[in-house]
Write a protein that binds this ligand. Sequence first.
Ligand SMILES: C[S@@+](CC[C@H](N)C(=O)[O-])C[C@H]1O[C@@H](n2cnc3c(N)ncnc32)[C@H](O)[C@@H]1O
Length: 319
Amino acid sequence: MSSNARHVPVMLQRCLDMLAPALTAPGAVVVDCTLGAGGHSEALLKTFPDARLVALDRDPTALALAGERLAPYGDRATLVRAVYHELPEVLERLGIPKVQGVLFDLGVSSMQLDEADRGFAYAQDAPLDMRMDQTTGISAAEVLNTYPPGELVRILRQYGEEKQAKRIVSAIVRERAKEPFSNSARLVELIRDALPQAAKRTGGNPAKRTFQALRIEVNAELASVEAAIPAAVASLAVGGRIAVLSYQSLEDRIVKSVFAAGATSTAPPGLPVVPEQYQPRLKLLTRGAELPTEEEIAENRRAAPARLRGAERIREDIR
Ligand SMILES: C[S@@+](CC[C@H](N)C(=O)[O-])C[C@H]1O[C@@H](n2cnc3c(N)ncnc32)[C@H](O)[C@@H]1O
């Protein structure tokens, strides 16, 4: 299957419209921090013929596939293997001081979910890997087999918002003593057996939250988002715009708070006139988070949890 047939870019037109006012001038640079299959990137190159694209991904497979797809755009597209919080270093290496647009489409790609042997999907039995970059870091199996129980409970609660974390972790610790975990099916079965009936009725696969938690831990996803969003805001030229698509509340909360902080005056209360250095650096482009339409969700189930937030840089950093 070709890379573009596998992945339908989420809220694509809305992302393009949001970034458009910043990307029409000749020489504009737009960064796609999550290249994936290259769906959003290709649309950016097509829609803004005067813009140059820099696209990042930590997954070498994604870079190879998207590289083929974007080859027709020649040197208008520069693809870089990097974790997105490395954006400042990447731009420095490329000699780009400021950019006009940044897009994040967070989380795991359809490609990664569909490749069963990478272990992201709870619906298929596969080795418990879940690394987006399989050349580095530890796998989900290593996390399960080696972390102290208290750490596992924290991860399941915090990253998976799993209320039954203690119960699941007790079962994991008991089972791993008999035989270390290697495949996803055994974990899915264990979770199903460990949960009380009532917890299983709350919809969706009961393993979903645990899988999300392990994936976030394995890829240190939240730490990367926490560092990357402020770095991306700092890289924007005045008039530059950022759009971020999140798929779960923990990521969305980080985006919301970075944007809200940037859009708020930092002046001490009571000043009759707010001096320039305290004025907000950002203007919000979305009221709350925007959601995909019902039609989009009907066509692309994976768009369902998406939350889009955007902001425009309106002032230099003079603090
Ligand atoms: C949802 S997909 C992007 C899909 C893309 N917008 C498209 O239209 O094909 C997210 C991508 O971000 C990458 N990714 C996730 N976390 C990353 C990080 N911290 N640094 C760099 N890339 C990351 C994943 O490897 C994945 O390919």
